[in-house]
Design a protein around this ligand. Structure first.
Ligand code: S3P
Length: 444
């Protein structure tokens, strides 16, 4: 894909439904009991979410689609043994969340995926699930995962303190907890991850408690409690636009002077929008309009005006670390691009998790930005990005990773001269319409 530099981004647009929320609404609807189907509108168009739907169909869930909606009929604890392995393709969320849902089904199923997914760590879900009594065979802590399910009420609830900040792990344990007899508790210490599963279960009638506590040392804890064996009722749902997809457009608009971009109906979950706050702190002109809560999630319109230069305090490097890193996990490669444009640059730390994503996103980001003449220092757990650099168009690699392809595209829009993104088609993993939509709003 060839990307030419842009003058600005202008217009009113929307982005497709949120990927994280779409996975959850599909799986939770599939676990519903009672008559009727859940009707889901604005379901994500991402390949990852299509993988979740296909896996559910192989498990005997009835799914119907029309042009506006996906209808899912729940089967509670009567999933059927699939004939073949379930292919989660590139999607970590599909694999980790489905694993949680499957341990309480009395069937045996194998979860597999593409080469990237088969290389990603799964011990983080195997360990808590096994301590609940689940039986899982793996390839040395990686997929394929063979889940030997059991009668749901024979799972034991656990109190689990998460060793890594991961919404996928938290959600996996919650979904398993739904099938356990008693109260499962999950503790997040310090960093709090996105709470879409908590909100959605409440929407579907399952009480989930989130209690914030402080330890004697002053550390913040989030204790999530869920009682098992509660009935999920089928319900309609409308998915908000994906914040992480919108972030690419917001960034390009904020950094290109005379841009004026409005993106309506975007999910604005407080655990997802740290990136907006950070951009604002860098001086970006970003407003939220029409903020409201629907289906248990806040949503609204993001309005961005471009600036010649972002005005950060002169000379100081902006440091992103700790819980801020965790709540911007998907936006960090993009933030590194922003770092090249601001006074003092950016240092991103506590981001070792980035090395375990669809590709090693620290290495991939450093590699591409260096090709564009940026000065980058790679650290074990992050990056230092020198500020106020004139980016030069270059041949960039997606490394088969959708977020790397899109962050590199944003860098290419800001650069001098043309760039090429090799393997750009992988954007379909989360945002298939990205290039078409970008084309519609870009002025050259
Ligand atoms: C997601 C959680 C995050 C994120 C991923 C989606 C989710 O992963 O990076 O894109 O939907 O729960 P981790 O749980 O590995 O941090």
């Amino acid at each position: 894909m060839i990307i030419r530099p842009a003058k600005n981004l202008c217009g009113r647009t929307r982005v497709p439904g949120d990927k994280s929320i779409s996975h959850r609404v599909a799986i939770i609807s599939a676990l519903a009991a009672g008559r009727g189907a859940s009707r889901i509108t604005n379901f994500s168009t991402a390949d990852d979410c299509a993988a979740t739907l296909e896996c559910l169909e192989q498990l005997g869930i009835r799914i119907e689609r029309d042009s506006n909606a996906v209808m899912i009929e729940g089967a509670r604890n009567s999933f059927i043994t699939p004939r073949d392995a379930l292919d989660c393709r590139n999607s970590g969320t599909t694999m980790r969340l489905l694993a949680g849902a499957l341990v309480a089904q009395n069937i045996t199923a194998t979860l597999t995926g593409d080469e990237s997914l088969r290389s990603r760590p799964m011990r983080r879900i195997i360990e808590p699930l096994e301590s609940m009594g689940a039986r899982i065979e793996s390839n040395n802590g990686r997929a394929p995962l063979r889940i030997i399910g059991r009668e749901s009420h024979s799972l034991v609830p656990i109190r689990y303190e998460m060793p890594v900040a991961s919404a996928q792990v938290k959600s996996c344990v919650m979904l398993a907890g739904l099938g356990a007899l008693g109260r499962t508790q999950i503790i997040e210490r310090g960093a709090e991850t996105r709470d879409h599963t908590e909100r959605m279960l409440r929407w579907f009638g399952v009480p989930v408690e989130s209690r914030h506590e402080k330890t004697v040392e002053g550390q913040s804890l989030n204790v999530v409690s869920i009682d098992g064996m509660k009935k999920i009722m089928p319900r309609d749902y409308s998915v908000p636009g994906d914040f992480s997809s919108a972030a690419f457009l917001v960034t390009a608009a904020a950094l290109l002077s005379r841009s004026e971009l409005h993106i309506a109906d975007i999910g604005l979950n407080p655990n997802r929008i740290e990136f907006l706050e950070t951009m604002r702190a860098f001086g970006a002109s970003i407003r939220i309009n029409n903020l409201r809560e629907e289906y248990g999630e806040p949503r609204g319109t993001i309005e961005v005006s471009g600036a010649e230069r972002l005005t950060v305090t002169k000379g100081t490097t902006s440091i992103i670390c700790g819980s801020r890193t965790a709540s911007m996990i998907d936006e960090l490669p993009l933030l590194a691009v922003v770092g090249t444009q601001i006074e003092g640059g950016i240092e991103i730390r506590d981001a070792a998790e980035l090395r375990l994503k669809e590709t090693d996103r620290i290495r991939a980001t450093a590699d591409n930005l260096r090709r564009m003449d940026a000065e980058i220092e790679e650290k074990a757990d992050g990056l230092f990005v020198k500020g106020r650099v004139r980016l030069r168009g270059a041949r960039l690699q997606s490394f088969g990773d959708h977020r790397i392809a899109m962050a590199s595209t944003v860098a290419a829009l800001l650069a001098e001269g043309e760039s090429e993104i090799v393997g750009a088609e992988c954007v379909s993993v989360s945002f298939p319409e990205f290039f078409t939509l970008l084309d519609e709003i870009t002025q050259r």
